[in-house]
Design a protein around this ligand. Structure first.
Ligand code: ZN
Length: 492
């Protein structure tokens, strides 16, 4: 509709500004702008204690870790979306970065989302717990670098158009919690209790997965008014891929997806400013990339060829598959010259997790050396149980949740490793469609199973790796749906 006229001006600095004179522009509709930047957050070699499962120091950097920042501006308000190549991100670092961002750009904290991808070959796993340890000020460095990234994205704001859609890649996500065949015998939990499901239970004797997966890749794309790609932000519910050599820092498949998207969108490596690809973690608390099938399914499939991968080969395969799926949908993307932005943030106060009477009795008996624990779990030991039983531990945990509206796309941000079924429920109940879920956002407070999954047991439900009251997911989802309702009621 309407006649589109493009007037092209060349400014003194030779930047080309394309101004669209549409009905909207004539009626004072402000210009929609977007800017993106990456900010390097790689820790120094040797100083990180938490690279990979080995918990040894990094001796090599395969690819840099970045805070990938996208800022949108509808002429009235701005929204900053930041995804960091980190395993976790602490609420304190996020709050610190937001303070600097507000000072330097005026963007208020509720309009800034900072999340971690959950790459396991990074630092950050202990940021929350090790406040006392000398961290060679990685926290301070990280805080500033995140804020710098947002400021740089603001500096690079340019007139833009935006589109969003949903692709699917169902072949790379597997629920990692399983009911086992009776032949596997009882499943022992961390405190020598018997549980109904096992996490990462090997590859045979499997009955059925304990939960679903979310195959969707929800994405938004911004390009300049001349059609040059500025950024693409996607979200997929996959823990990480791995296949990284020991003691090596890498941003995993998330960064490979980001690079590949640039290639597929035809971004020039030398374009100025550079294209920024971003892959956030969706709801992947119980989902990983290890292909597991029930015994029944294996029988049907017959013997499977065992694929061998070079280091990083698997991550690249997953990244490229996801990028291809996004690109197929991207070809017919509907572009919007202007959308409205709105954001809501709430701080939810949860009771912290308390151990059961049985767990305390078990932990005290282990401590007194009256029993020797069968379990060798290093994730929820007797000392974890006793620490959570101590009156010295604060009784509540405050967590920040956010919802953002970008035209008819909604974003929900949650500071946990959220189970897939929680994300699916949110998507189903959201009055704004589609919904992009981003977890490990604005903080990192452990796994978030549903009350039903807590009853089944398994690693993610253990005290210590789960920190909040057992029905926290119900309260969080209800709050987020209410917030999405408020954003929806505001209209476009
Ligand atoms: Zn995890």
């Amino acid at each position: 509709m309407g006649i589109q006229r493009h007037l092209v001006f060349t400014s003194l600095c030779l930047a080309i500004v394309s101004l669209r004179l549409s009905d909207a522009a004539l009626s004072d509709e402000p210009t929609f702008r977007a800017g993106a930047a990456t900010s390097n957050i790689t820790p120094p070699i040797g100083s990180d204690q938490t690279v990979g499962a080995s918990k040894r120091q990094a001796t090599h950097v395969h690819d840099e870790l970045n805070a990938r920042c996208l800022v949108l501006d509808d002429g009235q308000s701005k929204l900053a979306l930041v995804v960091c190549d980190l395993r976790h991100i602490s609420a304190e670092v996020v709050a610190g970065a937001k303070q600097i961002i507000e000072r330097s750009t005026g963007i208020p904290p509720q309009c800034v989302l900072v999340s971690a991808t959950h790459t396991h070959t990074s630092t950050g796993a202990k940021l929350e717990d090790d406040g006392e340890q000398p961290y060679y000020d990685y926290r301070a460095f990280l805080t500033r670098r995140i804020a710098d990234g947002v400021l740089r994205a603001v500096n690079q704001l340019q007139p833009a158009r935006i589109g969003w859609d949903v692709a699917e890649e169902p072949t790379q996500v597997f629920n990692r919690r399983w009911f086992l065949m009776p032949s596997r015998g009882p499943i022992y939990g961390a405190h020598d209790n018997i549980e109904q499901v096992d996490t990462n239970p090997g590859y045979s004797g499997l009955l059925r997965p304990a939960g679903p997966v979310d195959p969707q890749i929800t994405f938004l794309s911004v390009q300049s008014t001349a059609g040059k790609p500025i950024a693409l932000l996607a979200s997929y519910g996959l823990h990480y891929v791995g296949g990284v050599p020991a003691n090596t820092i890498s941003a995993d498949y998330f960064a490979m997806f980001a690079d590949r998207m640039g290639e597929l969108l035809g971004a020039d490596r030398h374009q100025d400013p550079p294209f920024v690809g971003i892959m956030a973690n969706g709801t992947s608390g119980d989902v990983n990339n290890l292909a597991r099938y029930s015994d029944e399914e294996l029988e049907k499939r017959g013997p499977q060829p065992k694929k061998r991968y070079q280091p990083f080969g698997k991550a690249r395969e997953v990244a490229y598959l996801c990028a291809d799926k996004v690109m197929q949908v991207h070809k017919s993307l509907e572009w919007h010259d202007h959308v409205k932005l709105s954001s809501l943030q709430r701080t939810l106060t949860f009771k912290r997790r308390y151990p059961t009477k049985e767990e305390v009795e078990w932990a005290e008996a282990v401590k007194a050396k009256k029993i020797k624990p069968m379990s060798t779990s290093r994730y929820s030991t007797y000392s974890t149980v006793l620490a959570y039983n101590s009156p010295e531990m604060p009784p509540t945990i405050d967590v920040v949740v956010q919802t953002h509206r970008i035209g008819d796309l909604a974003v929900a941000a949650m500071p946990f490793e959220v189970f897939a079924e929680i994300g699916l429920e949110l998507k189903q109940r959201s009055p704004i469609q589609p919904l992009m879920n981003i977890s490990i956002a604005n903080g990192s407070h452990g796994y978030l199973p549903t009350p039903e999954q807590h009853r089944l047991g398994g690693y993610e439900t253990w005290i210590g790796v789960n920190k909040v009251q057992l029905d926290a997911s119900v309260k969080m989802v209800d709050n987020l749906v209410e917030m999405l309702g408020e954003l929806s009621a505001k209209g476009r």
